[in-house]
Design a protein around this ligand. Structure first.
Ligand code: CA
Length: 505
């Protein structure tokens, strides 16, 4: 049945009747072949900042946090235990999601606009390369643009951080979203409380004036807007893609006053309690969205993808969390920076309660979401780093990455004092292949090799014990970075870019 005819019949309520008449000769109904898709993206949420355990046993944080709606989603979908953000910071991961390209290739390698690009602090032995500080722009191919062409209505709600202030990429409407609510150039809210920043400030969260009366906590305000749009799209019978990108749980650490009391416990700091309340309200948002889908009777035709854009913050702002047993956190070269929660529920396709241990990365969202929407991969370029994850989700067909996962961060995150305290905050590249992870530090030219299967904390450098594996992975990392024309940090004295990773044994 042609799409227009279908839409017309839908609009006059005759769809069921006609489908019954046509019986098996009718193609799959439009609503079934074009499921709604919600990407529920949390900011800076660590791998263990939830009561859902993504490891082999519950962690300290798993026992503290309360995320019953994530638990419900995981019990009904697929939980990925080895999911990664493409970057240890926000913008590169978010851009990798929209384009399917790794930051090493897009050269959007740092949060926008970064810090110390032209005026490095004196502890920085290396200079930052001339990276793509503007981020995405209106000419970039994004998967929401492709979805628009295939009958989807698309909406962005919450934190964008895709492009620099004043450029087209700062407004999600130029990147394939029909609607944009509260997304702009800034990477954090000025405040979680109404009016969400100083009125008129360029860092105030935009578009939420209507919440003055109720003074809603930001996470709930965004949830209300999301549910309004879902209801509208549902009435219009349009398949939709919703990018619900919460500002939570990024700094400033400001509590949800309704929820914090339960987290004030002996042995917990006030900052930890505040942070736990931010996580809990984010989870309530997930619950409210799932409830709305159910009320509208579209929950069985709506895919939910739950993810975070990088690991948990462990270095400052009152030390809101820990990523233990992972080491490090946001901005570092360790698993704590890049390993993130990922849950996917695809009604009718995913088997409830599945656990998937395959390493996956945010670059994969682009081809996966388009595949979910029924868009043929012939219709978009081959120049992707991401792989279609649907064989892992449906257990139908074989998933073969045929390559490793790559991480490239030629920047100094944070500031001098922070870097003095944390040696692992240095420009780096790394590769994950099977159980192995190799890290290369551009400053020290040191290579580290870890067996994540029995050393998830990356405490035992095996370069000397396993030189052949280290050599192979270092060479693979180098080849990839060379192939995508990755930018390396620049030698301060000569002004020349450093060599790509090499292993000198
Ligand atoms: Ca982030």
């Amino acid at each position: 049945m042609k799409k227009l005819t279908k839409q017309f019949l839908n609009s006059i309520g005759l769809i069921g009747f006609t489908t019954a008449l046509l019986g098996n000769s009718c193609s799959v109904p439009q609503q079934e072949s074009q499921p709604n898709i919600i990407l529920f993206l949390v900011d800076d949420m660590g791998w263990t900042d939830t009561s859902v355990s993504f490891g082999t046993e519950p962690t300290y944080n798993n026992k503290y946090h309360k995320t019953p709606n994530m638990e419900m989603l995981a019990s009904r979908g697929v939980k990925f235990t080895n999911a990664y953000s493409a970057s240890p910071v926000c913008s590169p991961t978010r851009c990798s999601i929209l384009t399917g390209k790794n930051p090493a290739k897009s050269q959007i390698t740092n949060w926008i606009p970064g810090r110390g690009n032209n005026f490095p602090e004196d502890d920085q032995k290396l200079l930052v390369p001339n990276w793509n500080v503007n981020g995405l722009n209106q000419d970039d191919i994004t998967f929401p643009k492709i979805l628009q062409k295939h009958g989807y209505v698309t909406a962005h709600i919450g934190k964008a951080h895709f492009g620099k202030e004043g450029t087209s990429g700062a407004d999600p409407k130029f990147l394939g979203f029909d609607y944009n609510i509260a997304g702009h150039h800034a990477g954090q809210p000025e405040s979680y409380y109404y009016p969400y920043g100083k009125k008129g400030s360029k860092y105030q969260v935009p578009d939420l004036e209507e919440f003055e009366k109720d003074s809603l906590y930001l996470t709930y305000a965004l949830t209300e807007k999301a549910n309004e749009l879902i209801e509208m799209f549902s009435k219009q019978k349009k398949p939709f893609f919703l990018n619900l990108a919460h500002y939570a749980v990024h700094t400033p650490i400001q509590e949800d006053k309704k929820l914090i009391s339960q987290f004030r416990q002996e042995g917990k700091t006030e900052t930890q309690a505040k942070y736990a309340s931010m996580v809990a309200s984010m989870d309530q948002s997930l619950g409210a969205i799932m409830q709305k889908l159910k009320e509208l009777n579209i929950d069985e035709n709506t895919i939910i993808i739950f993810a975070s854009d990088n690991g948990g913050l462990v270095t400052h702002a009152g030390y809101p969390t820990t990523n233990v047993p992972l080491s490090g956190g946001k901005g570092t070269c360790r698993e704590g920076a890049i390993r993130v929660p990922l849950i996917v529920k695809w009604p009718g396709k995913t088997v409830a309660g599945t656990i998937c241990n395959e390493p996956v990365i945010s670059d994969d969202f682009f081809p996966t979401i388009l595949n979910m929407a029924g868009v043929s991969d012939k219709l978009y370029g081959k120049d992707l780093d991401g792989k279609n994850l649907t064989p892992l989700l449906t257990k139908n067909g074989k998933f073969e990455r045929g390559d490793a996962l790559y991480f490239h961060y030629p920047h100094y995150w944070g500031w001098k004092q922070l870097r003095n305290d944390y040696e692992i905050i240095r420009p780096f590249s790394s590769i994950r292949s099977g159980k192995w992870k190799l890290c290369y530090s551009y400053e020290s030219q040191k290579v580290e090799l870890f067996n994540l299967e029995n050393d998830i904390s990356e405490s035992n450098n095996l370069v000397k014990q396993e030189p052949e594996i280290a050599k192979k992975l270092c060479s693979q990392l180098r080849s990839y970075l060379q192939k995508v024309n990755a930018q390396t940090p620049v030698e301060r004295s000569t002004g020349k870019p450093l060599s790509l990773p090499t292993l000198k044994l």
